[in-house]
Design a protein around this ligand. Structure first.
Ligand SMILES: Cc1cc2nc3c(=O)[nH]c(=O)nc-3n(C[C@H](O)[C@H](O)[C@H](O)COP(=O)(O)O)c2cc1C
Length: 245
C-alpha cells in the first residue's frame, strides 16, 4: 500500500477515496497461522544473526552526528527513492498498527507556492530550495482501516465516537511516523530539516479541505548545502533527564 502522492492532485479528496487503500482482510488461522508465526520468528533470528547492531558510523549518520538542514544543493530526489523511503518508514511501529500518518511529497513549483502561503517568513526559502518538502499529516478516520491493518480482532469500537482518544492516537503515532521518516531518510543518504513554523490550519485548508486529514509537521528533504550550518546545540546529559525506577 502506498499513501504518498504528487501534490498536483488534491490530497484531501484522494485520501477519502478508500478505493486507493488496501482493504483486503487477511487473518490466517489454524496451520497457516502457525506457519506464519514460525516464519516471523525465523526471519527475526536471521536478521539478528546477520546484523546484531549498526556500526558507530551508521549511528553517527542517522542520529549522533546528523544535523537539521536549512539550505539545499540543486540535486533532485527521485520518485523511486521516495517510494523506498515510504516503504522503510511504514515498517516502523504504531499502536495497534494504526498507521495514521499520510504523506504528501511537495515537489512541484506550484505545490511549493501553495505551501509557502502557510509558512513563517524565515522558513520560506528553506522550503523553496529543498527538492522535496513532505507534509506529514494524519487521518483522523485512520481507525476505519483497522480490519486491514489489525485483522485478527475488530478494534474499531475503541475509536468510534471517541474524538479525543482518536485524535491523541493519530497525533502520537503520526509524529512517530514522521520521526521514522526522518531517520529512514538519513539512512538512505538524504538530509532532512523538519519545520513546525507554519500554520497548520492554513495547510489543512489548502491541501486537505473537506477531508479527515490534518497536518502534523513539515520536513524538507534533499542533499544539504552544509555552508548554512551553525554549531550543534547542546543536549542534556543522561543524569540531567534520565532516572531509574
Ligand atoms: C518537529 C521539528 C520542528 C522544527 N521546526 C523548525 C522550524 O520551523 N524552523 C527551523 O528553522 N528549524 C526547525 N526545526 C529544527 C530544530 O531547530 C533543530 O532540529 C534543533 O535546533 C537541533 O538541531 P540539530 O538537529 O542540527 O542538532 C525543527 C525541528 C523539529 C524536529
Amino acid at each position: 500500500m502506498l499513501t504518498c502522492q504528487h501534490d498536483t492532485k488534491q490530497p484531501g479528496a484522494g485520501y477519502r477515496n478508500t478505493t486507493r487503500m488496501n482493504t483486503e482482510v487477511n487473518a490466517p488461522t489454524g496451520d497457516a497461522l502457525e506457519q506464519a508465526r514460525r516464519d516471523a520468528q525465523a526471519d527475526f533470528r536471521d536478521l539478528k544473526a546477520r546484523l546484531p547492531r549498526l556500526s558507530d558510523d551508521a549511528i553517527d549518520l542517522i542520529l549522533r552526528d546528523a544535523r537539521s538542514h536549512y539550505s539545499w544543493k540543486d540535486i533532485p530526489v527521485s520518485d523511486e527513492l521516495l517510494h523506498t523511503l515510504y516503504e522503510i518508514t511504514a515498517a516502523g511501529p504504531t499502536s495497534m498498527n494504526t498507521c495514521p500518518a499520510r504523506f504528501v511529497f511537495v515537489t512541484s513549483t506550484e505545490g511549493k507556492a501553495r505551501l509557502a502561503k502557510s509558512l513563517k517568513a524565515k522558513n520560506v526559502d528553506k522550503m523553496r530550495s529543498a527538492p522535496v518538502t513532505v507534509i506529514i499529516a494524519y487521518d483522523t478516520a485512520f481507525w476505519e482501516h483497522l480490519p486491514y491493518l489489525f485483522p485478527h480482532e475488530d478494534r474499531r469500537g475503541l475509536f468510534r465516537g471517541k474524538p479525543e482518544y482518536t485524535l491523541s492516537t493519530a497525533f502520537r503515532n503520526s509524529t512517530l511516523q514522521g520521526a521514522y521518516l526522518m531517520i529512514a531518510a538519513r539512512a538512505l543518504g538524504l538530509d532532512v530539516g523538519a519545520m513546525s513554523g507554519f500554520s497548520n490550519a492554513a495547510v489543512d485548508e489548502e491541501f486537505f479541505p473537506g477531508s479527515t486529514l490534518k497536518s502534523n509537521f513539515l520536513c524538507n528533504l534533499g542533499y544539504a548545502d552544509e555552508s548554512a550550518l551553525f554549531q550543534k546545540l547542546p543536549r542534556f546529559s543522561f543524569d540531567e533527564v534520565c532516572s531509574f525506577a
